[in-house]
Write a protein that binds this ligand. Structure first.
Ligand code: FE2
Length: 362
């Protein structure tokens, strides 16, 4: 099964106002709009914008009335990510293989034909109301898919270029006690492997704790999953689960080859990131003493640093990006390191807790 998943195809956001979220992702992060579907293209009930930057593809979709599945999803969960879509060689085979191992197929395999070929899709359920989509667009030769156009797209906003290259990892939050079930799902049903596990003792601050396991398919799909653990106060994962009304995607990490340039450009474009205290950099300079890093730039931009046996990584996290404290984005530059910033967990979670406290949720 894992061998059938070739990599990320796209992430589909379900939001209240696709035009506004698209404008923000293009102005802040440098995405380009490459396709659109809506009433003008024969799609009556929703509007979707396809955004591209490097190999990252986001589809941003809003419902056009109060009764559809998109509007209902947004009412319950707020703006967030609904579909985690993977490219597969054979959609029907992938869906049947997953179903045979116990996955719930929520959209049977189907082939949608258009003027320029066909696209095959199927969907299975994962945590919360999140779905994995299997996609095969190898027989499609037009813009994105049937019903999409590349005419009269919104022009790119002005701003310095942002060099983002790919989806590095996608993180889900699940309820306390459910982490191991979902790890079993990815390993037993979808054929993933466990990459890493972090115990509550490794991911805790004075106030809150979580457990995390990273699963991956060996072909670029890397998915950490978190659950809250008991702590002195409310875990940040609990805050997410309350605000999101259940499990869902917590953050998406986007890779860059030059984080100083990319984050400088994003800051210039108006993106806000979590702030790190000066003491963090005093400690980091000691932890990561073996590498010649642009410390002044990293501190000025609030970029964090971590090191493992393979090398180092640089990472930074946006503030939560919709009105509810749920989804955020990470930018990551890997220079040999394959970890997730374990050395930064405590500093990062304390930064998140400062935001939690400002919301009255700590
Ligand atoms: Fe991450």
């Amino acid at each position: 099964m894992a061998g059938q998943i070739l990599g990320w195809d796209h992430l589909e956001w379900w939001v209240g106002n696709a035009r506004a979220v698209t404008a923000w992702l293009t102005s802040g992060f440098g995405f380009r709009v490459v396709a659109y579907a809506g009433p003008e293209t024969g799609v009556a009930d929703r509007a979707s914008y396809v955004l591209a930057l490097g190999d990252v593809r986001f589809v941003v979709t809003a419902g056009l009335g109060p009764d559809g599945e998109v509007a209902r999803h947004v009412l319950r969960h707020g703006d967030g990510i609904r579909h985690l879509a993977w490219r597969v060689a054979d959609v029907a085979e992938a869906a049947h293989a997953a179903a045979a191992k116990g996955a719930t197929v929520v959209a049977e395999p189907r082939v949608v034909n258009g003027d320029e070929g066909s696209v095959a899709t199927a969907a299975i359920a994962t945590y919360g109301e999140t779905r994995h989509l299997f996609v095969d667009r190898s027989d499609w030769h037009g813009v994105w898919g049937p019903g999409f156009t590349d005419e009269r797209l919104p022009p790119p906003p002005a701003g310095p270029p942002v060099g983002l290259t790919a989806i590095d990892h996608v993180v889900g939050n699940v309820e306390e006690g459910r982490l191991d079930d979902w790890v079993d799902f990815y390993i037993g049903v979808l054929g993933f492997s466990e990459m890493r596990h972090f115990d509550a003792s490794q991911i805790s601050t004075r106030y809150s704790a979580l457990r995390s396991t990273v699963v991956h398919n060996g072909a670029g799909v890397v998915m950490p999953i978190n659950e809250p653990a008991p702590g002195l106060r409310k875990s940040q994962i609990d805050e997410y689960l309350e605000a999101n009304r259940g499990p869902g995607v917590q953050h998406v990490a986007l890779a860059t080859g030059d984080i100083v340039s990319a984050v400088g450009a994003m800051r210039g474009r108006g993106v806000r990131f979590l702030q790190m205290p000066a003491a963090y950099y005093e400690d980091a300079r000691e932890r990561v003493a073996g590498f010649d890093l642009p410390w002044g730039d990293l501190q000025r931009l609030d970029v964090e640093v971590d090191v493992d046996s393979g090398g180092y990584l640089l990472q930074i996290f946006t503030e939560t990006i919709a009105d509810r404290p749920t989804l955020f984005l990470e930018i990551i530059e890997r220079e040999g390191a394959t970890g997730f910033g374990e050395g930064n967990f405590k500093a990062l979670f304390e930064a998140i807790e400062r935001e939690q406290a400002r919301r009255g949720n700590l």
